[in-house]
Design a protein around this ligand. Structure first.
Ligand SMILES: Nc1nc2c(ncn2[C@@H]2O[C@H](COP(=O)(O)OP(=O)(O)OP(=O)(O)O)[C@@H](O)[C@H]2O)c(=O)[nH]1
Ligand SMILES: [Mg+2]
Length: 237
């Protein structure tokens, strides 16, 4: 029998469900204001980075399905430390999320700004357990100079496949369909500049309000830390 292509697809796939169940397990681990305060360990770490106010903390809360796991705020520059969250079974954590301080907030004193840029640069270049980066971009603003600088910092580790990247265009609920498509195309063009054969780079629209893009984001980060299942042996029709 031919498959019925008109049948509605299940709204949430099994892979999405498994990924969301995993992100739901996120719990606070520790906070650090310097790199040498971060735990050593081998657990794969996924960093959430982006301009201040881009929606990093909100996205982590949405993934975790917890209102105030990562503090989210109307006041830009709120996250001043690296906050780490643990994921997976309680007695056998299998990954970490790192909520990094946002950059580009104008009112931060210059010295503090430079200090944080240095911490950020070191983190992205040197953190050995860094497995993937979720780069949050306000979909209405697109990539700014600082976002492009961050991409350049990351480019060597993207190029050799050591670190994966997902650009998340946040606050998609504020765009109409045409604007959303334009934001996506613009982001793809920027990402194309750092893309190589070995690089694992994706992009998705996301809204914490409507939860659109949530499944895609969860699946991407889950896939980074979970070995792919063996390929299906079923013969193609
Ligand atoms: N409409 C809308 N607002 C959002 C969305 N995500 C975040 N916001 C709002 O944007 C503001 C900033 O969000 P945060 O999650 O605190 O941003 P952040 O990137 O963690 O900011 P810093 O900690 O300063 O780096 C808050 O007022 C959020 O409610 C979204 O998907 N849609
Ligand atoms: Mg924050």
């Amino acid at each position: 029998m031919k498959p019925d292509l008109t049948a509605p697809r299940a709204s949430v796939s099994l892979a999405t469900k498994a990924a969301l169940a995993w992100t739901h397990s996120a719990r606070f681990l520790t906070t650090a204001s310097r790199l040498d305060q971060l735990p050593g360990g081998e657990l794969p770490e996924i960093a959430f980075v982006g301009r201040s106010n881009a929606g990093k903390s909100t996205a982590i809360n949405t993934l975790a399905q917890q209102k105030r796991l990562a503090f989210a705020s109307r006041t830009p520059g709120r996250t001043q430390h690296i906050n780490l969250f643990e994921l997976g079974p309680k007695d056998a954590a299998n990954a970490l999320f790192a909520d990094l301080p946002g950059y580009g907030y104008a009112a931060v004193e210059r010295a503090a700004k430079l200090r944080w840029q240095a911490v950020m640069a070191d983190y992205l270049a040197l953190r050995r357990s860094l497995h993937g980066v979720v780069l949050m971009i306000d979909s209405r603003l697109g990539f700014t100079d600082l976002d492009r600088r961050l991409l350049q910092l990351l480019a060597p580790r993207l190029a050799n496949g050591e670190v994966r990247l997902l650009a998340v265009l946040t606050k998609a609920d504020k765009l109409n369909k045409r604007e959303a498509q334009a934001a996506l195309a613009a982001a793809q063009a920027v990402l194309g500049e750092v893309s190589t054969d070995q690089a694992d780079i994706g992009v998705t629209l996301f809204s914490a309000l409507s939860r659109s893009g949530l499944g895609d984001m969860a699946e991407a980060v889950h896939g980074w830390t979970t070995p792919a299942p063996a390929p299906a042996t079923e013969a193609a029709p």
